[in-house]
Design a protein around this ligand. Structure first.
Ligand SMILES: *[C@@H]1O[C@H](CO)[C@@H](O)[C@H](O)[C@H]1NC(C)=O
Ligand SMILES: *[C@@H]1O[C@H](CO)[C@@H](O)[C@H](O)[C@H]1NC(C)=O
Length: 495
């Protein structure tokens, strides 16, 4: 896209004293007692902080501030003046500016000039959310009924982050107390004659999903991913390690996904999207790099399976409008998989609706996603998994009160949104204070930690980082171009 001429509105916003705010319950802050950390907000059966969205009067705005120093969604109000309407050129839209002026924050808080280029329009937003793993649901169920309500409201309700996306594992993942699949017995059962959901589905995941949907302010769209098929479908006949799907079970593995959607439908939970298996690279790594539920797909075989089995099976089923999202792995694997699938069978690309992307390769510049979007313009890009503390070099899996980890979430979400990603799904909605349970001891951090014996949970800075997006970018929003380039001009006016 080249440079375009357009009418440009330059807005000047300045802070004024607030009147008539909805009274939200403030964060009940706890100092975590570790130098360099921010505070956490404590919730229990009797108290939990809330956040409601104000409807700004015409010509005014509401700002919500969270800070390392301890502010959490603190509201301030101001007026917007439209300074001028002038002919101007849009900045190069292929290289969106990143906000580099961090040390000017103080300056810009009170007087910001935003230039909105409403003619430069990009992707529509699907939403934001987190994952209902067994571990998340186990921790949630440790809380008393009243605290469970506060938890679900904190994420999904009008007084919470208004999440509208969930990811759920099909069968077990590493964040389970044990590995399992559906239809493990009898073995070599092409017909999946004994497909049975687990207790984890009936008593943990489905209740948590349904409670979330009941309080949500919008449809909660659910993305489901398989970590490992029944082991008899795999070349190594083990839940982890170097293993791929045996070609004679390609159709059974496609049917395995239909059967899941049928079972969840019986529980009145609709699946919006499925991915083509979680992190297909893991099935080639094996121990010591990956020691949890996995299945390997080479790009060629994934292309073959999607084109010949998964794609036609889904489209000819009554779940024909379920999205199929390929890759479900780190961003650096996007070209490798999508081009490889296309080369193997172009029909595989026709069957998919987009690609799912994970967080753990974000040292690769995000422009790779714009390149993929340009090559496949009618596909969506969705971020389906993110967490801090899971990398080999992380000294601590859980860093309670870490502001740095919140900052990393914000940076990553901004980069993703600036490169065509339509939604962002966090990993476990909550974990215990050690970052589990996880049968493979692959502990990580989460935005909420649950202290079951105290019947309380704490909201970490990452929780608020998610909320600054999920709460204020409703589904159907569209990214436009904006810039703050006249900041200098603005400062010159002031002094
Ligand atoms: C069916 O699966 C259940 C576990 O979900 C297992 O206990 C049972 O033995 C299986 N039935 C057959 C016939 O294999
Ligand atoms: C999709 O499935 C529905 C039933 O769930 C059916 O009514 C519809 O005709 C199907 N659409 C296509 C294109 O096959």
């Amino acid at each position: 896209m080249g440079r375009a001429r357009l009418g440009l509105a330059t807005l000047v916003v300045s802070a004024v004293i607030a009147l008539g705010i909805t009274e939200d319950l403030p964060c009940r802050a706890r100092d975590v007692g570790i130098p360099g950390r921010s505070i956490v907000c404590v919730c229990d059966a009797t108290y939990c902080d809330t956040i409601t969205r104000e409807e700004p009067a015409p010509g005014t705005y509401v700002a919500y501030t969270s800070s390392d120093a301890g502010q959490r969604f603190e509201k301030s109000f101001g007026v917007i003046e439209t300074v001028s309407n002038q002919e101007e050129s849009v900045p190069d839209v292929e290289n969106p500016e990143e906000s580099e002026d961090e040390d000017e924050e103080e300056e810009t808080l009170r007087r910001v000039v935003l230039r909105l280029f409403t003619i430069a329009r990009f992707q529509y937003i699907e939403g934001f959310g987190g994952s209902v793993t067994d571990a998340a649901a186990i921790n949630w169920r440790k809380l008393s009924d009243a605290a469970q309500v506060h938890f679900i409201n904190s994420y999904f309700s009008r007084t919470g982050l208004e999440y509208n996306m969930i990811r759920v594992p099909i069968g077990g993942a590493d964040f389970s107390t044990h590995p399992y699949t559906y239809n493990e017995e009898p073995r070599y059962d092409h017909a999946l004659s004994n497909y049975t959901l687990s207790d984890e589905d009936y008593f943990l995941k489905l209740p948590m999903i349904k409670r979330s949907q009941a309080v949500a302010t919008d449809e909660v769209k659910i993305t489901a991913s398989t970590w490992s098929p029944p082991v008899w479908m795999k070349t190594n006949e083990r839940i982890t390690g170097y293993g791929t799907v045996k070609p004679e079970y390609y159709q059974a593995y496609a049917d395995y996904h239909i059967r899941f959607m049928e079972e969840y439908e019986k529980a009145e939970v609709k699946i919006w999207a499925i991915t083509t298996s979680n992190e297909p690279i893991n099935g080639f790594l094996g121990a010591p790099f990956v020691s949890f539920n996995s299945v390997g797909w080479s790009p060629r075989n994934l292309g073959r399976w999607v084109a010949s089995n998964l794609g036609p099976t889904v489209r000819n089923s009554r779940f024909n409008n379920t999205l199929i999202l390929a890759v479900d792995d780190q961003r650096y694997n996007l070209p490798f998989y999508l081009l490889g699938m296309e080369r193997e069978d172009p029909k595989s690309i026709e069957y998919i609706d987009g690609a799912a992307i994970h967080y753990y390769g974000n040292f690769i510049p995000p422009i790779i996603m714009t390149a993929i979007q340009n090559r496949y313009p009618d596909k969506i890009l969705l971020s389906t998994e993110a967490c801090e503390g899971g990398m080999p070099w992380d000294r601590e899996q859980v860093e309670i009160g870490s502001w740095d980890r919140a900052r990393k979430y914000v940076k990553s979400i901004l980069q993703d949104l600036n490169n065509y990603v339509v939604g962002w799904i966090d990993w476990n909605l909550c974990l215990d204070p050690t970052g589990g349970p996880n049968w493979a001891r692959n502990y990580v951090d989460a935005p909420i930690l649950v202290y079951g014996d105290q019947d309380e949970f704490i909201k970490q800075p990452m929780f608020y980082a998610m909320g600054h997006f999920s709460k204020f970018i409703p589904r159907g929003s569209r990214r436009i171009q904006s810039s703050r380039r006249t900041l200098l001009h603005c400062k010159m006016q002031r002094f």
